[in-house]
Design a protein around this ligand. Structure first.
Ligand SMILES: Nc1ncnc2c1ncn2[C@@H]1O[C@H](COP(=O)(O)OP(=O)(O)OP(=O)(O)O)[C@@H](O)[C@H]1O
Length: 640
């Protein structure tokens, strides 16, 4: 009997229920979704509001360029009207009776006028492009800057709110869409002005021709909008498939999945899933191509028939002597100009609508972000050197959680003390430390620095006095030296200081061994970039905390990935702070906390024991139990 082990995974068929589950809707489809759902009438209803928004950002960013684009576009439209009227004049003269040289001579002034109008219009087109090219990068800068001013200032709580984090992703796309929205709006404006120009010219020549113009252009324009609608609808219906494709593409091409893909022989499995999803997508794309071709063909056919009708009407009017030959010929030119302007306009309407949705996300996000900005109680003052931190009746409950992570906790820490926070996973140590560091605000109670609540001090000045080495540290994509220097960017980057901080964290020798020493770029995404091991990263992170040399240093699990020698070196460095600087140390390696002035034991968010190592061992409580448990592992040798 053959078992699954006998079959090579390369040849195994993929069971149906292995297909990827549906992913949550993706932000970049916002515009598409809204466009597909709005229908053509909905688009027209929302368009004015979006246009006003686009003009408002452009105006705020650069009034001169915005006004230039608008004025020059209108002027170009006026030139287009002149051009058409001049065309008609030329034709009137050319179709008049008499010898040809005389007719050409008579048409010459109008011909010169036509040449001038065309040249000026061309120059204005260049001027609009120039002003627009100068405007959009500035819009981009302004919009992006505003976004990141908010994302870097909001309280950490914002990142716990799913809607906020998702909104941030969308807003990033929205900030890019701002340029497109401004460009689309200006192009739409140009299209509408061209249409108006043709309309005015045609009305001047003969009012009846306006009707002819409408009949000849509306079916094609409607077909273009409908085809656009079909495309959006099809795109939306393929959204789940596309997300699956996207995940599969990542899984098959990324560095992180590469080792398991090979060791479990997942190549065939993933390729088969890819074929399946891609096959379905291709079928949908082909069906769409058929529908779009039919719609545009129908539109063109109707437009062609209408145009035939218009030409017949022109013929009848001509024969009847109601319009001169020149006017009829100009009408033919005008219809062609109107069709070009209409193609531009319909295309831009779709784009303004779709890009406008993204920009709406951006605007909405900024409005929500304001509610997450840190509040201030009165004028904030600059904190003096730490004398005492008091935590009074502090609780913290995370959103969507019933149980508080920290529950009515009160402690006082005096300057120079080394405090160890210990307790089982999830007991609330990191949450408490985050509140002491001013990174999170308590749900109730107060954390005070020298007797005044943290929120009463200037946030930046307060944070400058605190160094935090986080359990979930960030791997900054900069050189090793910069990664450490970031601990105190206010001070000049001094290599000696950086190296001393690195030495305290057992990172100096290790960094010297890197290909470019302290200048080694710590990110493989970049050319010549290197990655570090978990423990090596932890040393760099601790060095950053030492460099800051704050009144208070909070170290959350700084040694979880360190080898015994590095760990010993790190804790010796922490001990040198004792008596002069304040340190809060969170660790599960209890052998490292025996020197602490006080050990605070947390359980389910509450403080259950406090005292020195000897006191807690004598008390024989939870700490003694955990310490004995851990030290037993070191004492007992291999089983006989
Ligand atoms: N951002 C968050 N959102 C929701 N709940 C959270 C968040 N961070 C922590 N928690 C929850 O709060 C509780 C306390 O977590 P905390 O990280 O403070 O514990 P800890 O004692 O530091 O744990 P560990 O020893 O594992 O680091 C846990 O139940 C955890 O699941």
């Amino acid at each position: 009997m053959s078992t699954s082990r006998d079959r090579a995974p390369e040849n195994a068929d993929v069971p149906d229920d292995f297909v990827l589950p549906e992913l949550r809707p993706i932000w970049w489809e916002t515009g598409v979704r809204a466009r597909a759902e709005a229908g053509i009438l909905g688009v027209f209803a929302e368009l004015p509001g979006l246009i006003v928004k686009a003009i408002a950002i452009a105006w705020r960013t650069d009034r001169i360029r915005t006004a230039t684009v608008a004025a020059v576009t209108v002027a170009a439209g006026v030139m287009a009207t002149f051009g058409l009227l001049a065309t008609q004049r030329v034709l009137v003269e050319l179709f008049a009776g008499g010898p040809t040289p005389d007719r050409v001579r008579a048409a010459l002034p109008a011909l010169l006028l036509l040449g001038a109008a065309t040249a000026i219009r061309g120059a204005m087109g260049i001027a609009t492009g120039y002003a627009l090219n100068g405007l959009t990068p500035r819009v981009n800068q302004e919009v992006e800057r505003r976004l990141f001013e908010h994302t870097t200032a909001v309280r950490l709580e914002a990142f716990d709110d799913d809607a906020f984090s998702e909104g941030m992703e969308r807003a990033t796309r929205g900030s890019e869409a701002a340029i497109e929205l401004v460009e689309d709006t200006m192009n739409l404006f140009a299209g509408v002005v061209s249409l108006l120009a043709v309309t005015v010219a045609v009305m001047v020549i003969h009012p009846l021709l306006l009707l002819a113009l409408l009949v000849a252009t509306v079916p094609t324009a409607y077909a273009a909008l409908r085809a656009g609608h079909e495309r959006f609808k099809s795109y939306l219906s393929g959204s789940t498939r596309r997300r699956r494709m996207w995940v599969l593409q990542q899984l098959m091409a990324e560095r992180v999945s590469a080792p398991e893909l090979r060791s479990y022989g997942l190549r065939h499995f993933l390729l088969q899933q890819h074929d399946r999803v891609m096959g379905a997508q291709t079928a949908v794309d082909l069906a769409l191509a058929r529908r779009v071709t039919t719609t545009t063909a129908l539109g063109s056919a109707t437009g062609g028939l209408a145009l035939g009708g218009v030409y017949t009407l022109l013929g009848v009017l001509l024969v009847d002597g109601q319009i001169p030959l020149a006017a009829a010929a100009t009408c033919v030119v005008a219809v062609q100009a109107a069709q070009r302007a209409l193609t531009q306009t319909t295309f831009q309407i779709d784009r303004v609508f779709a890009d406008g949705q993204f920009f709406n996300e951006y605007v909405g996000f900024l409005e929500r972000a304001v509610t997450y900005l840190p509040g201030r109680a009165g004028a904030a003052s600059t904190p003096e050197e730490l004398r005492e931190i008091s935590v009074r009746g502090v609780s913290l409950t995370y959103p969507d959680r019933d149980q508080p992570a920290v529950d009515d906790l009160t402690i006082t820490i005096r300057a120079g003390e080394t405090i160890a926070l210990v307790g089982e996973n999830g007991s609330g140590k990191s949450s408490l430390a985050a509140m002491i560091a001013g990174l999170r605000e308590p749900t109730s109670g107060v954390v005070a620095w020298n007797g005044r609540a943290l929120r009463e001090w200037d946030t930046d000045a307060l944070r400058a006095r605190i160094g935090v080495v986080l359990q979930e540290h960030h791997k900054w994509p900069f050189s090793a030296a910069t990664n450490i220097a970031m601990g105190d960017l206010a001070a000049p980057a001094d290599r000696g200081r950086i190296e001393r901080a690195a030495a305290l964290a057992a990172a100096h020798e290790m960094i010297l061994d890197l290909p470019h020493g302290y200048d080694t770029l710590l990110d493989r995404t970049f050319k010549d970039g290197q990655d570090l091991s978990g423990g090596q990263w932890q040393r760099v992170t601790a060095a950053r905390g030492f460099l800051r040399d704050g009144d208070l240093l909070i170290m959350d699990e700084p040694s979880s990935a360190l080898d015994p020698r590095a760990e010993d070196q790190l804790f010796q460095a922490i001990r040198t702070r004792q008596g002069t600087r304040t340190t809060i140390l969170i660790t599960h390696r209890l052998a490292n906390v025996t020197h602490a002035d006080r050990i605070l034991v947390m359980h389910d968010g509450a403080l259950t024991e406090a005292g020195s190592h000897d006191e807690l061992m004598r008390a024989n409580g939870r700490y003694a139990e955990l310490f004995t448990l851990q030290s037993k592992g070191y004492r007992s040798g291999p089983a006989a």
